[in-house]
Design a protein around this ligand. Structure first.
Ligand code: SF4
Length: 461
């Protein structure tokens, strides 16, 4: 799938040798520790090998220097080491994999597919290319518990306290399989890239593996797991991770809440075991991007203490929500159509909810989901009032105008049309008639369709 200069290491591409795995795994572990511990980062330049060995890490810090000290490495005339090249290749492959997830999660429903693409375009404008492109816009996420036992103070989607797990009874199993089948039929095979947690921790459900096995049977791939409880039952996680990889999942994730937890994880799991487990550093002092969303918004002082920054302005708040599609809450037997957005007072959890329904059985779920999807337009609706997104500003210039967000600028030649859209309240048909003196009806509708498909028109619920 990917053309890489060095042997690819993810299993869908090739089987790396034991030596390559070992070296990569220890390089990964070294860089994880470096990103987590500010004292380690500070001490490292003085005595790289001694400080690394004292931390119990086995990588060669000199060979990896360009990754942790790019300035210092400039003075080193030696060519890049093989492990450095391999590690970079590994990271490039992971980024390509993320892009693959985004592009391969295509739906077979034309209206939904076009809607999702508009949300992807909107997010890039709202959050900038780096963050916007990093969101995979998965088609489906599932909750198998009510709430979460972990209770992170910064939880970006405001998980409630744990209030029970959905058990794998015979009745629930039948409903679960029927719901998965309907989701697959209506959304398409791209649902296989969905996952079974949201404002929940997967390991809070003792039957999580059974639900995931059904997911793999119905959709063709075991879902990816992210847990903040890596030490709750290491043997359970090991078996889950191995099962997931045997059944088509590539990467799992640990959310690491403190340096103490990271050290315990390193003591429990070998570096090789965690080569395909990403560690997301959530502790104070870590190098990691954070979303000022959900519960964090209620604790600006704590935010500042933890990350040394004031609460960011609205255009920098970001989000941890990464689904443009279906959020299924199985314990409540309900679902929502959601899409990410910059967290703000209107959407504190960083996502919009466009529809919400409950269902008693799989047939009702199918009927209601179909009706929600069929309501999404692939093309510009002619009979609804249109206006620009609220985060867009217009600047007028000779011969046209620019649409501006904090992250990008878009040229629009028809300033009259843009003025009318900024005012809002007119339908596409009314706008086409209004602009008829300057351009044909078809030209105006084409331009409106272009702006619509770029995600520039308001589609807020
Ligand atoms: S961030 Fe994850 S683990 Fe922490 S409270 Fe929220 S859902 Fe639970």
């Amino acid at each position: 799938m990917l053309a890489l200069e060095f042997p690819a290491v993810l299993p869908y591409d090739s089987s790396p040798s034991e030596d390559v795995v070992r070296e990569l795994a220890h390089a990964k572990r070294f860089l994880e520790y470096w990103s987590a511990d500010p004292k380690f980062r500070q001490a490292l330049p003085q005595d790289p090998e001694g400080v690394t060995a004292a931390a119990g890490l086995q990588a060669n810090p000199i060979e990896l220097r360009p990754l942790w000290d790019p300035q210092g490495a400039l003075d080193d005339p030696r060519p890049d080491s093989l492990i450095l090249q391999r590690y970079r290749s590994f990271m490039r492959e992971k980024l390509a994999y993320r892009d693959f997830l985004r592009s391969s999660a295509q739906s077979s429903h034309a209206g939904f597919r076009a809607w999702r693409q508009r949300q992807m375009n909107r997010c890039i404008g709202e959050m900038g290319a780096a963050k916007g492109s990093s969101l995979v816009h998965a088609l489906m996420a599932v909750e198998l518990c009510k709430g979460c036992s972990v209770g992170c103070w910064f939880c970006g989607i405001s998980a409630l306290k744990l209030d029970g797990a959905w058990p794998y009874t015979e009745t629930n199993q039948q409903l679960w399989r029927g719901v998965l089948e309907a989701a697959r039929d209506l959304l398409g095979a791209g649902c296989r890239r969905g996952f079974c947690y949201w404002a929940t921790d997967p390991l809070d459900n003792p039957d999580y593996e059974k639900f995931c096995t059904d997911f793999a049977d119905q959709l063709g791939r075991f879902p990816q797991t992210t847990t903040a409880q890596p030490m709750r039952d290491p043997q359970r996680f090991r078996e889950l991770h191995q099962l997931a990889r045997r059944r088509g999942n590539e990467i799992d994730r640990f959310s690491i809440l403190s340096l103490g937890m990271l050290k315990k994880v390193f003591a429990e799991y070998s570096a090789e075991e965690l080569l395909f487990v990403e560690l997301v550093m959530q502790m104070e002092g870590a190098y990691a991007s954070k979303a000022f969303a959900g519960k964090a918004r209620n604790q600006p002082a704590r935010w500042k203490k933890a990350f040394g920054e004031d609460a960011p302005p609205d255009y920098m708040t970001s989000t941890i929500a990464c689904v443009s599609g279906l959020l299924l809450r199985m314990p409540e037997q309900s679902f929502e159509l959601i899409t990410p957005t910059q967290a703000d007072d209107r959407y504190p959890n960083g996502y919009r909810i466009l529809a919400r329904h409950s269902f008693d059985d799989a047939e009702e779920f199918r009927t209601k989901l179909k009706s929600v999807l069929d309501g999404l337009s692939a093309r510009l609706p002619l009979d609804q009032p249109l206006r620009l997104r609220r985060d867009l500003r217009t600047t007028w210039k000779e011969g046209g105008a620019e649409l501006v967000t904090h992250h990008l600028k878009i040229d629009v030649q028809d300033a009259t049309l843009l003025r009318a859209l900024a005012e809002g309240g007119r339908t596409a048909t009314a706008l086409a008639l209004e602009c008829e003196g300057q351009r044909s009806l078809e030209q105006t509708l084409l331009e409106l369709n272009r702006l619509f498909s770029m995600g520039l028109l308001d589609e807020e619920p």
